[in-house]
Ligand binder design. Sequence first.
Ligand code: GLN
Length: 260
Amino acid sequence: MNSLGPAAGGMRIRVGHLYPEYLNIYADRGNIAVLARRAALRGHELEVSAVTIGDEVRPGAHDLLYIGGGQDREQALIAPDLAAKGPAIAAAVEDGAALLAVCGGYQLLGRGYRGRHGDSMPGVGLFPHETVAGERRMIGDVLLESELVPGEPRTIAGFENHAGRTRLDAGAEPLGRVVAGFGNDGESGYEGARVGRAIGTYLHGPLLPRNPWLADWLLAQALAHASGGEPPELEPLPDRLEAEAHAVSARRARERGGRN
Ligand code: GLN
């Protein structure tokens, strides 16, 4: 945490990082580092606090909640505690807080996950989906097309590795359409889910370093919650390395030869 605080005119963005010691495969924590850096470059400060087993999600305490991915074993350890936090998490999103959930965290923010060994884990019920693990793991680079910003289709590139097949309820909003890769279930052509300012996705890598527009979308939503106003236009950054990382990842996904 930066003890100097935000620059003049900058805001403090309060991030609640759920179960950082349990859910952090593929360096999912890197997503927080990207948010912190991109916030700082615009004069804002990210204040990150861990919210783990036994902690409360206090009303109004977070502008953005973040939960990473994990193995079935870690998911089973935290699932009952996370489910108990469900109403508070849903209330935070209802109140306009932003949220990013990756893979194992994304699965548990739905209604539930039946893991590889048949163990049923309760979910939060924020995202309208259910997940059941299949035999074959879905692994590789992924490319999506997303209309998170209406009328402005953008691509999202990342890496997926999951046994879970996530089925969205009819009419639920996905994060994007699969251009290459498996996505939610390898069949529907959809990836991820979106409810208000909350997004869930299978994409690791981590996700945000190679998709800076998505990092800025989340920051703008979190700033809107912090200020009580509209999401601000963030000053553009050069993003040369980020664009290269995105291009490499997108090319690898395309080389998989279309939807798997
Ligand atoms: N354990 C879950 C699965 O295999 C999630 C994996 C992950 O977070 N990468 O589906």
